[in-house]
Design a protein around this ligand. Structure first.
Ligand SMILES: [Mg+2]
Length: 112
């Protein structure tokens, strides 16, 4: 029985805290950054595979394409490992996002 609970309309920080708690509850890694990075890479691979399998239906609405559920699940897996790595570095992801976006806004983006 799990004691995990994610409130309605969570902030990104709420989700980060939830990810930390799920790692503790399930006895998963909370300290080895390299191992966690390998697991993130694995999950990114699973996401790309799911996207590839859905390519022919790529422009179909998710509600009309049950196979896109695979993509949805892998996106959740990637988010878990991404937030876990942030947690291991005491990084507030919202703050990191805001700071990087402010930096990005000052960049000149070249069109390919
Ligand atoms: Mg996965």
């Amino acid at each position: 029985m799990s004691n995990l609970y994610l409130k309605e309309n969570p902030t990104l920080k709420d989700i980060q805290e939830y990810v930390y708690k799920l790692k503790i509850e399930r006895g998963f890694n909370t300290t080895d950054k390299v191992y966690e990075s390998l697991l993130l890479a694995e999950e990114v691979g699973e996401l790309i595979k799911a996207v590839r399998k859905n390519l022919k239906d790529a422009f179909v609405d998710i509600t009309a394409n049950p196979k896109a559920e695979d993509v949805k699940e892998e996106i959740a897996d990637v988010l878990i490992f991404l937030l876990s790595i942030a947690n291991m570095h005491n990084i507030d992801v919202e703050e990191a996002f805001r700071q990087k976006e402010e930096k990005n806004k000052t960049r000149v983006w070249k069109k390919n």
